[in-house]
Design a protein around this ligand. Sequence first.
Ligand code: MN
Ligand code: MN
Length: 461
Amino acid sequence: MTIEEQKAALLSSPKNGYATLSEVQRQQMEEYCLGYRKFIDAAKTEREATAWAVEHAKAHGFQELKPGMELKPGDKVYHNNRNKSIVLAVIGKESLASGANICAAHVDSPRMDLKPNPLYEDSELAYCKTHYYGGIKKYQWVTIPLALHGVVYRKDGSMVTVTIGEDENDPVFCVSDLLIHLSADQMKKPLAEGIVGEQLNVILGSEPLTGEGSDLVKLHIMSLLHEKYGMVEDDFHSAELTVVPAGKCREVGLDRSLLGAYGHDDRVCAYAELAPLMELGIPTHTAVCILADKEEIGSVGISGMQSHYFETFMQDLCDAQGVSLNRCLEASFCLSADVSNAYDPNFPETCDKRNNSQLNYGVAILKYTGSKGKGGASDASAEAMGHVRTTLDKAGVQWQLATLGKVDQGGGGTVAAYMANRNIVTVDAGVPVLCMHAPMELVSKLDCYMTMLACKAIYEA
Ligand code: MN
Ligand code: MN
């Protein structure tokens, strides 16, 4: 054998996905990404993503799962968990005693939530106070157009949905930053302190109502909210309103190969799970798709992945077949579908390039995440990695290995650990992202497409 032949036979040689992408695949990729763009433009919060999923699931023949329901192979069911998260399933040919194939993503993203008592006036400007949600670099959230999304429960118990800043005729909102001319002190601060949490106050308006009295700008804003949404200031106490970057997902680059949007983490994986589930035939094993909430703050709370709602759903499925829930979970497999950090040549010192995901190299598979000595990780076994490797190779999915940055540089977690705690074999996988958690995150179309194919292959395994 020549050296070249030996290299080809023995050494690993990852290739850019465009080297092997066929014309047909390229067309499918573009079509898939158009669908994804519609999804993230419509779903900037976990509520909106859940509502979107319910609507599309119904249109594809999914029914709400009811306890005691009879289920046969091919039946499609879902459970809407309090409008904040959702689990869906397509019943397989095999009994649930042989396990389910699960894909789990999250649909919450970092943002600025309105405080319970948000509205105030200072120096004849109206503002709302916010409390950031998830990990953000605060300096990134000033001087950009912002939109307000959420729901308000009014005193009479009626609910009103709020979306301001997404229609091109809507106004947007903004957090101010200091002019450079007077920033001598600010510019000496570490980045983490240049803008602090209590400065993330969103400007709502500046025109006072005509008349005598104080707080006339605030009163004007409240009167506009009352006019449009029938709400009064106390209604903020029973509301979930959140401030997110305004605007739509855009193609990025002259070659249009990238997508720039707010909240790819993790709706890019949520859509990769949802899209193939909608079109799935009758799988061998029951296919389960989870869109979880609260991942960005530790998967806590009633809609987070640590909540028992998942067991309740699986119990109802198992009851229909007279199968023990624990046996089902023990035999199940979960792809914890969450984004990874794409290698950024601007910050090479933060990654071990040999073990990092790279844009356009396909869906990233992570044996573990965590920080320091793998703290908080679900460290997948060799067997679990072997299962994923074989499944994706068989389906012709381009994938790459990844870890989350250099050892001791930082780290993070996903829902993987909470799925593994349930005695489910779990592996992390997802779309590589540049500038994760920034108001505009970047992903490659090719990686989005390959992640969808990976979820499809897992459902069909
Ligand atoms: Mn994530
Ligand atoms: Mn995240």
